[in-house]
Ligand binder design. Structure first.
Ligand code: 4AD
Length: 502
């Protein structure tokens, strides 16, 4: 059997006869001609089928195929600048593998609830296809950076005997009659490994029982966690900065066209260069209390309200067209679909506008000592055009393992990295408490069962050294890079509170 040619390699085959294996993305029969857009996983290609003696045997069957039918086509490759991808196939042979009918996701817009239930099919759509390919590149960029810079991959367990982050987000599992937890982090284990290998990382799925539905939280997400022995907070921050730049550079290099198709402002990503901004938590709190935060939200309120009004008018117009007699059916369908999309945008904006006064309130009355909330992070992140490291949070709001600031024991030596333009936190990291007594005190303060952490305390008993690391969330990073409004599009099969199908 002749091997099929991937659509993204057609440029090497102009003037040759090749075979494409794929699915019908779109089909437009037009008398004696049929234009089929074929999708094969590497790209799209317009395939032109002409009714003539040599195609007579299959013309009718192929021209009438429904969306997502599987199909093998053979034909001559020709350059065609007007065609998607720049090439077209002049079809001379065809084999229908499976004729599909009534594919539920048509090219017109659908509501998000519907699409989420069709996730297994939805990711054949162009937008989702781009996002998941960029995700694969992000994962590869992560591994390359770490492997090329001397980090050893250490796979950490998913069944964990104790909390690594807050106890309130633990998923408990019955482990032969004993409770264990799905890993919230691999960090404690990579800390052990860095004492053996110096520089290490783990990379895998991570679980948090997040009991709220937000656009930034999944219950199952992927996190990469580098850990470095003999490292200070500043050393770790420097690595996080280089790491982030390397990921952005790779995605820009490999996916510029896709990013543009996703509507991402590529110039904003090109501006991601060292040095990133560095603020202390206390400075961030001052920003929240100050005039810039207030002005930003007041402006938002006005702009979003104006947009809601405009959308309401547009929705009315679309609905009128959809009902109007004498209008062509395709025009009615389009108007109805536009109305759905606009209604969704309006609902989204209405929700945001409803929250703005609350967010203003939270920012203006932000209390030193509390954690930065999602809306606080958004404000800080929107006021910057490059990522921002926020460092030295109060110890009380951060995990027990973070190093106490020796100059100011109220603070921990930690950081969050906030992506710019409102995308918020993508990395959390810290120097780790290397001092045995201080660490035991923190375990006690947090009311954690010390017995569960004896192995971890061994790391401070036998050759303890200053060390630190961080965790980068793949889905949060992807939201930022692709400009996604909601994290559910950043993972193939999202898991959120109340959502685990398909
Ligand atoms: O700040 P976090 O909780 O840090 C840790 O887990 C540390 N143990 C990391 C370390 O120092 N080794 O989480 C790190 C990152 C966040 O910045 C965010 O990108 C992502 O993990 N993250 C989530 N992503 C999606 N959904 C959630 N519920 C997430 N929680 C954290």
């Amino acid at each position: 059997m002749k091997a099929a040619t991937p659509i993204d390699r057609l440029k090497e085959h102009v003037g040759q006869t090749v075979t494409l294996e794929g699915w019908v993305y779109n089909s437009r029969p037009s008398g004696k001609l049929a234009f089929i857009t074929l999708r094969d996983g590497t790209g799209l290609c317009q395939c032109v089928l002409e009714k003539k003696p040599e195609t007579d045997g299959f013309f009718d069957a192929v021209a009438r195929l429904g969306q997502e039918s599987s199909l093998i086509l053979t034909g001559l490759v020709a350059e065609e600048p007007r065609s998607v991808g720049g090439y077209e196939l002049r079809v001379s042979g065809a084999e229908v593998v499976h004729p599909a009918s009534d594919y539920p996701i048509t090219p017109k817009p659908h509501g998000i609830e519907f699409l989420m239930k069709q996730r297994h099919l939805w990711f054949r759509s162009k937008r989702q296809w781009h996002v998941l390919r960029i995700r694969a590149t992000v994962v590869d960029a992560i591994r390359r950076f770490l492997n090329d810079n001397g980090y050893v991959l250490i796979d950490t367990p998913i069944f964990a005997p104790a909390a690594g982050e807050g106890a309130q987000t633990l998923f408990e599992v019955d482990y032969f009659g004993e409770p264990v937890y799905l890993a919230q982090t691999g960090q404690l284990y990579v800390e052990a490994a860095c004492m053996a290998h110096g520089k290490v990382y783990c990379f895998g799925p991570t679980f948090r029982a997040e009991k709220s539905k937000t656009r930034r939280h999944l219950t199952e997400f992927w996190m990469v966690e580098p850990e470095i022995a003999y490292a200070s907070l500043d050393d770790v921050i420097d690595v996080a900065e280089d790491f982030t730049c390397a990921i952005v550079e790779r995605v820009l290099n490999d996916h510029r066209d896709e990013l543009i198709e996703l509507g991402r402002d590529v110039a904003e990503l090109e501006a991601i260069k060292k040095p990133f901004y560095r603020l202390t938590y206390t400075e961030a709190a001052d920003i929240l209390h100050g005039p810039r935060a207030k002005e930003l939200l007041e402006k938002d309120l006005v702009e979003k309200s104006v947009r809601i009004e405009a959308l309401s008018k547009e929705i009315e117009e679309c609905e009128a067209v959809a009902k109007q007699e004498g209008v062509k059916q395709w025009k009615k369908d389009k108007a109805a679909a536009d109305a759905i999309a606009k209604r969704e945008e309006r609902a989204d904006l209405e929700e945001q506008v409803k929250n703005i006064p609350h967010h203003m309130e939270l920012a203006a009355h932000f209390k030193w000592g509390s954690d930065l909330g999602g809306s606080d992070e958004t404000i800080i992140s929107r006021l910057h055009d490059r990522p921002v490291f926020v460092t030295h949070y109060p110890r009380g709001v951060k995990a027990f393992y973070m190093r106490e600031d020796r100059k100011d024991p109220r603070l921990s030596e930690n950081f969050d990295l906030l992506a710019p333009q409102g995308f918020g936190e993508i990395i959390g990291g810290s120097a780790r408490e290397e001092d045995y007594d201080r660490l035991v005190n923190r375990i006690k303060e947090e009311n954690l069962p010390q017995a569960d952490y004896e192995w971890y305390l061994d790391l401070r008993r036998y050759g303890t050294v200053p060390h630190g690391g961080f965790g980068l969330g793949v889905e949060r990073t992807l939201c930022w890079l692709c400009g996604l409004k909601h994290i559910r599009e950043a993972i193939p099969f999202p898991r959120m509170m109340g959502k685990f199908y398909p």
